[in-house]
Design a protein around this ligand. Sequence first.
Ligand code: PSV
Ligand code: MN
Length: 398
Amino acid sequence: MHLPRHVNERELTERLTRFEIETPSWGYADTGTRFGKFLQDAAARNLDEKLADAGQVHRYTGCCPTVAVHVLWDFPVGSDSSEVAQRAAKQGVRIGSINPNVFQDQCYKYGSLGNRDPAIRQRARRHILDSVELGRRVESNLLSLWFADGTNYPGQANIRQRKRWFQEELKTVHDAMPPHMRMLVEYKPFEPAFYHTDIADWGMACGFARRAGPRAKVLVDTGHHLPGCNIEHIVAYLIDEQMLGGFHFNDRKYADDDLTMGSIDPYQLFRIFHEITAAEFELGRDLEIAYMVDQSHNLKPKIEAMIQTVMTAQTHFAKVLLVDHKALAEARARDDIIAAEGILVDAYQTDVRPLLAEYRRSRGLAEDPLAAFRESGYVERAARERAVGKSREGASYA
Ligand code: PSV
Ligand code: MN
């Protein structure tokens, strides 16, 4: 593909190659809404099948070498967690972020680290510390924390007191992590709590992370913002504060919809990536950011949806790599808003499909990973094997 003069082809290719995306184990399993769960014959039934499916995504895209795991969903009590790193390697992937689960057990009805009962707080802390240990065993270096804690009614709880419990507990966990491990603190404005959520926005996540310690950073889940929120501004701010640790990518129309990344507002995705690559251009180095997908496809076929997601991510990342940062700085210096905006729009409107096809071909990958995967017959084979014994009864959301 003919590249604009300001783009260095080698640098672009190298940056694309360093852009890796983690896929979530829970994106390969049957999931649903609180109203029901629609099963797919080919959906993974256990960790090994999830790793195999993630391995397929990596095999066809070449940029998804790690898989996020959710502790209770992937390591149910009593399950064998030994040799998971080797089992992942067999599928061509590694274990990525560890996601403790302190929201689904009955004891967490009124919260986990924010629960007024010290025994429950201790139980939640224990589970997270066990997850740190699990991370060590499966060779992960990322602890990703999301809490469902919050309240539904004014007056229900002492918000300031809960904040202090969170502060204390997060610091304890931070200090217990092995030196190579990082902690990511995720925020969400509402759901499941509908009045107040203990870590409701990026500012709170940033405050908690700062107090926890230097290896704690903020995790931005793109679906966790109120309508109209300028997410790229948050991203830029956190980068400048050296507090941006990672992303959970997905798209939304209303709230935490878990729709495919870039399916609703692809320009937003471009704007988010632009803030990152613009900062990298200034700094002259890559930022340490964990790019992760957090999507559960209830209706789309799961592996295909994940490949589609990853291709969308790569497409938009390639587009921001075309931005002419020098010309942008010059336009800004003249207060030429039309030109400055035009530089972004030019890059956004460039058709990077030929560039990506060439890039993939040069790495021995299929030009169109989605088409190649579809042709492979993997889903049909998985459906034949996995549908057997899959109960059609009791498909309500567990
Ligand atoms: C919560 O909505 C969330 O975004 C957290 O990251 C959880 O770990 C994940 O979804 C579970 O699907
Ligand atoms: Mn998330």
